[in-house]
Design a protein around this ligand. Structure first.
Ligand code: GDP
Length: 297
């Protein structure tokens, strides 16, 4: 997920920790390199700038350069600052799925991995927490996408709402809610339609569905490979629909990881899960301290 960034930072810090005594100028030079490494990882400029400024403020004017292991002290400060940038004010809670049936609204652009992620989450809740899960696709524009969700539901061993031709997205949402209540389900996932780009029609439809579904969680699925674009998409969706968290997909293919680093700082919304492959169990919870550890090797 962060191979490139990790390698770059690794070489900066290796030099720093080998050096023994450090001057403020040595630290400043190293931090300039950290800034470049972050920008090359596609971290947004303000985030990279704030990050380095925060580390610099803690590393200079303190006892760091005079300590026995100054290089390691700087690494520790970077580590803590990474956790801060990834976690914001605190850790992301587990999905709020008490008060059954709890509705989880899945939103995002077409091709972002929304349907796949819906099935992965369903599998996780079913297998690990024994939840009764119902999946419903609202993608009335793409019958193939509706069928795809049914196929994946069967594959992971959860139920899906039968497809009724000619219904609108809001009609399906209403039927799904009723079915979830009558059927005694714990969780209902609504897989909304995506578009190739954000447009008014997409947002209006998602808003209408949201108002009917009254979701406990609205998860935005974005393609992590798109870097800063993923962060822009999140900002747009949050402004128009209101999201409770983000799932970054295709992080198995992203050695840079910039979207993961900028997301919380720019949007204020936590990354809840990351997609690490096409298989149904290739989904990880996003834990800032583990991620920071991974970045620093
Ligand atoms: P949707 O249009 O947003 O519903 O996207 P899909 O769920 O149909 O996913 C589009 C493609 O991306 C499919 O081929 C998925 O297998 C693939 N995909 C989804 N998530 C991941 C992931 O985390 N890693 C990889 N490598 N592929 C993924």
């Amino acid at each position: 997920m962060f191979e490139n960034l990790s390698e770059r930072l690794g070489s900066v810090f290796e030099r720093l920790t080998k050096q023994g005594a450090l001057s403020d100028a040595d630290v400043a030079t190293a931090l300039r390199e950290v800034r470049v490494a972050l920008l090359e990882a596609d971290v947004s400029l303000p985030v990279a700038r704030d990050f380095v400024a925060a580390v610099q403020a803690k590393a200079t004017g303190q006892s760091v350069t005079k300590s026995v292991t100054p290089g390691q002290q700087v690494v520790k400060i970077v580590h803590d600052e990474l956790i801060r940038v990834l976690a914001g004010d605190g850790p992301a809670d587990a999905l709020k799925i008490d008060n059954p049936p709890a509705c989880v609204l899945m939103v995002g652009l077409q091709g972002s991995g929304k349907t796949t992620t819906t099935a992965k989450l369903a599998k996780r809740l079913h297998d690990k927490q024994g939840k009764r899960v119902l999946l419903a696709s609202l993608d009335t524009n793409r019958p193939a996408a509706m069928e795809q969700l049914q196929i994946l539901a069967a594959q992971v061993g959860v139920d899906s709402l039968p497809i009724v031709k000619g219904e609108s997205a809001t009609q399906i949402a209403k039927r799904a809610k009723a079915q979830a209540t009558m059927g005694g389900y714990d969780v209902l996932f609504l897989d909304t339609a995506g578009r190739l780009h954000i447009d008014e029609a997409l947002m209006a439809e998602v808003q209408a569905v949201r108002d009917i579904a009254q979701p406990r969680e609205t998860l935005l699925v974005v393609d992590g490979l798109t870097g800063q674009d993923a962060v822009n998409v999140a900002t747009e969706f949050d402004g128009k629909v209101g999201i409770t968290g983000v799932v970054l997909t295709r992080m198995d293919g992203d050695g840079r990881g910039g979207a993961a680093l900028s997301m919380r700082a720019v949007t204020g919304k936590p990354i809840r899960f990351v997609g690490m492959g096409e298989k149904m169990d290739a989904l990880e919870t996003f834990e800032p301290d583990r991620v920071a550890g991974r970045i620093l090797g």
